[in-house]
Ligand binder design. Sequence first.
Ligand code: ADP
Length: 468
Amino acid sequence: LLFHRPAPEGRVRTVESRRDMFKKILVANRGEIAMRIIRACRELNIATAAIYSEADSTGIYVKKADEAYQVGPGPVKGFLDSRQIVDLAVRIGADAIHPGYGFLSENAEFAELCQTAGITFIGPSPHAITLMGSKVKARELAKQVGVPIVPGTEGGVADVKDGLAFARQAGYPVIIKASAGGGGRGLRVVRSDAELRENMEAAAREAQASFGDGSVFIEKYIERPHHIEFQILADRHGHIIHLGERDCSIQRRHQKLIEIAPSLILTPKLRDTMGEAAITIARAVQYDNAGTVEFLLDQDGRFYFIEMNPRLQVEHTVTEQITAIDIVRHQISIAAGKPLDIRQHDVTLQGHAIQCRINAEDPKNNFMPCTGTVTAYLSPGGIGVRIDGAVYKDYTVPPYYDALLAKLTVRGRTWEETVSRMRRSLEEYVLRGVKTTIPFMKAIMQDPDFLAGRFDTSYLDTHPDLYH
Ligand code: ADP
């Protein structure tokens, strides 16, 4: 810890007298999500402390937090060093830590370490994190409580023979999954005995190396499903609600690129059924705080639970835009022990929202991550436009982190209006000096299939002209 930048003088603080809310939150993350959390804290009059690496010291969140502390060593380790972060929180008098997404957000030991040090972890219990960190365990739980899961192996498969037996019985293609995998990593689709043999051991080895857990399992590969996920809010008093769904089917290599809310294909009845299933799963782990229950919806309208993410998600913005509910604000108040002030019937979905991930990547070159200095920056504005960004003119994109520069979210009354608003916003966006996904997103907004709502998880594979 090398530097400490004190809070700017003269800022009005009214929190000292409030006992039921945190006074200072340490934001254990960087980039756009650190900004998002700082914004929520500012509205709640909670002081913020940022952490940053030397490589990231020009990050905008470092300037916007009330205090900022350099952690290390190197660009990444400081963001992953539980002990260093908890010690810092104690030293600076923070009473809670928000982990954002990625980094330590799904690390049960970190959540426990916070607890032991008397710091509130803004997220679910270590128990829920551990359980949901294992896809195998999460599947077992879903099955126990009667929520449909994708047909697959019972538990992990250690032996290729067992894998082959399942695949032959279920029929190819199947997908090999790392139990501890996430972010689209640790998935392998295989279409024959030979491919399964080839991939199973490699998958286990890779899972061990990447996630510290070599267990893999196999699911039937569902052709052309929609990825539908439900946003959950649960307090510490047993109230659980959902905020409707997001359709995150526009993916590249199983990673989300565009997210929309609500889904264009769910009927109100199916929404209720899937929402109830999501709540059932959350209840089964005595979940509290914000979380997301993910499903696949097949071409015949059948849904299957795939996993639950026990954290804030990148795409939470689209839900906020159609519900007018601030998810981060609720995360904070739930962690402070307050009961939910919204009931299920208070949640209404209004209009449509789309989020495009503006990544520093070259769509024409296999989405290769790009670095560089932003030489001109002007974000779009006007009705229904929201930017969650971490980028400004003269900002140099560091090569060490994910490529997400900004999230552009728009909302509109109808789907057509929302798509045209997104196209207009992308056209307005000036971001020079680094290659970004903006041109690619623009092409999608003009694609007749997208406009007609004809897309599922196969969309990018079936529309290669959009990025070649
Ligand atoms: P991760 O935790 O890495 O995000 P998920 O299990 O959530 O992995 O799956 C990510 C994506 O992979 C899904 O949104 C979907 O597109 C695809 N996928 C996962 N499981 C299946 C399956 N059984 N059949 C078809 N596609 C799948």
